[in-house]
Design a protein around this ligand. Structure first.
Ligand SMILES: [Mg+2]
Length: 458
């Protein structure tokens, strides 16, 4: 490469980076971001207040009068938060002492610098991704500042309920998994691919079960997941599963790398988490992968997102189930965690408001951890929004371009569409959908299996 070529390339990159489209924001009246901030977020706050209030007796039993006082103070902080949101008040600095408090306050400065002169970051003026994440962090702050109840997860009841309401579907998928595992060594490559695609799609559609999009309403899986896959296929807008398969298969064939590590960046607890565990089990028992690293949230997040407590609770519940194949699955998952085949991590970066293209600079330790992976699955909508920066991209922009340099390893997004950002479509595909179904990007009816591998390997 000549010096002048290098300069031109750099200048071109510079031009590209300046041409990044704006963040989605509630400042566009009538947009999905606007409706979310106006309607859905206050509803979630109201439910959080109700949940804390309903647990008053529990707080009294555990902490006496001090618990009741903490409950009152937390509720008053949440009511104040709801009022700030609804009246578009400035975003305030956090005042608690968590490990990420400084990072949040620095990010507020950064958002401030992006505003017009004399304007402050606020709920209806700042990027939607930022203020939505900020709301969940403020819920955490309102508990954190009230020590006896600081570890209370306001969303746990909803997550547990969603798990129990999906029992039949969980039993069905665990039974399917155990049947498959019996003869897994005898499956031909074609059959293995077929099963891989089935379980990948189960994990994809498991992402429909999201309590933040339904503002906490029941959104559980009721029917048997494998049976409905064929009828759901037309709703997968991008299906790169063959490219994902080739990464896994290169390992399995003679001469392939011996230890293939797959990372799964989780989204929701409940049925979706079960589908992720089933996929992980299949990858290990088929020999397609030897290690699985799960990544969850370090605090309650977007109502139904998986925390360490949810992860451990789910496996314990599966193990303790009064059903042979479900219980057997839980026992196997427990063993995988004990013998170091599976790992669970919860880095604070996952609950920061940053786009993932910031990760290398703002969370270099996490970025280098992900670089060790052979394949990273990013589950769900929030991860997709962070992968693409939650920006107003044209639908035909390549996925790789929207990642803006975030390429720690080959990665695959498994996402049902619940926010109006979607890249990597064919020309006309987005327009046709908009013409026939104006809310195709937010209804959760459509999905993508979207893959990108680092440039250096292409
Ligand atoms: Mg979620």
């Amino acid at each position: 490469m000549t010096a002048s070529h290098f300069l031109v390339t750099n200048m071109a990159n510079h031009v590209v980076s300046r041409a990044v489209p704006p963040s989605l924001s509630a400042k566009i009246v009538g947009s999905f971001a606007y409706l979310t901030v106006r309607d859905r977020l206050p509803t979630i706050l109201t439910k959080a207040v109700d949940t804390i209030h309903r647990n008053k007796n529990k707080f009294f039993e555990e902490h006496g009068e001090e618990g009741v006082q903490a409950e009152k103070r937390a509720i008053s902080l949440l009511s104040k938060l709801r009022n700030e949101l609804q009246t578009d008040k400035p975003v305030l600095a956090l005042t608690d002492d968590m490990v990420d408090t400084d990072m949040w306050n620095q990010y507020l400065q950064r958002q401030h610098a992006l505003m017009e002169e004399n304007e402050c970051p606020s709920w209806f003026k700042s990027p939607w991704l930022y203020v939505e994440c900020y709301m969940y962090r403020r819920i955490q702050e309102s508990l954190r500042l009230n020590p006896p109840i600081c570890d209370f997860d306001v969303f746990r009841e909803a997550k547990m309920q969603s798990f129990f309401e999906s029992q039949q579907a969980i039993i069905a998928i665990c039974t399917y998994l155990q049947g498959l595992n019996k003869n897994i060594d005898e499956l031909s490559e074609t059959h293995l691919l077929d099963q891989f695609q089935k379980l990948l799609q189960v994990a994809l559609w498991g992402n429909k079960c999201d309590l933040s999009i339904s503002a906490g309403q029941d959104n559980s899986q009721k029917s048997s997941p494998v049976d409905s896959l064929e009828s759901l296929k037309p709703f997968i807008l991008v299906d790169d599963s063959n490219m994902v398969w080739s990464i896994l298969m290169n390992n399995k064939r003679p001469g392939g790398a011996e230890k293939l590590q797959v990372d799964i960046v989780l989204d929701n607890a409940g049925f979706e988490l079960i589908t992720d565990l089933v996929l992980a089990d299949f990858l290990v028992s088929s020999g397609l992968a030897s290690k699985i690293h799960f990544h969850g949230k370090s605090m309650p997040w977007f109502v139904s997102d998986t925390t360490r407590e949810d992860f451990e609770w789910t496996i314990k519940q599966t193990l303790a189930a009064n059903h042979k194949w479900m219980s057997k699955s839980g026992a196997q998952w427990q063993r995988y965690l004990k013998d170091g085949t599976w790992f669970y991590h919860d880095h604070p970066f996952w609950t920061l408001p940053h786009e993932f293209c910031d990760m290398a600079a703002n969370a270099p330790d996490l970025y280098s951890t992900l670089q060790k992976s052979d394949l990273i699955f990013f589950k769900g909508d929030l991860n997709y929004r962070k992968l693409t920066g939650d920006r107003d991209w044209e639908h035909t922009v390549p996925f790789e371009k929207a990642l803006r340099g975030f390429q720690p390893a080959p990665l695959c997004s498994l996402r049902t569409l619940k926010a109006n950002v979607q890249v990597g479509l064919q020309p006309g595909q987005g327009e046709n959908l908009t013409a026939s179904e104006p809310n195709w990007m937010t209804s959760g009816k459509y999905a993508v299996i979207q893959y990108c591998r680092p440039q250096r390997e292409q």
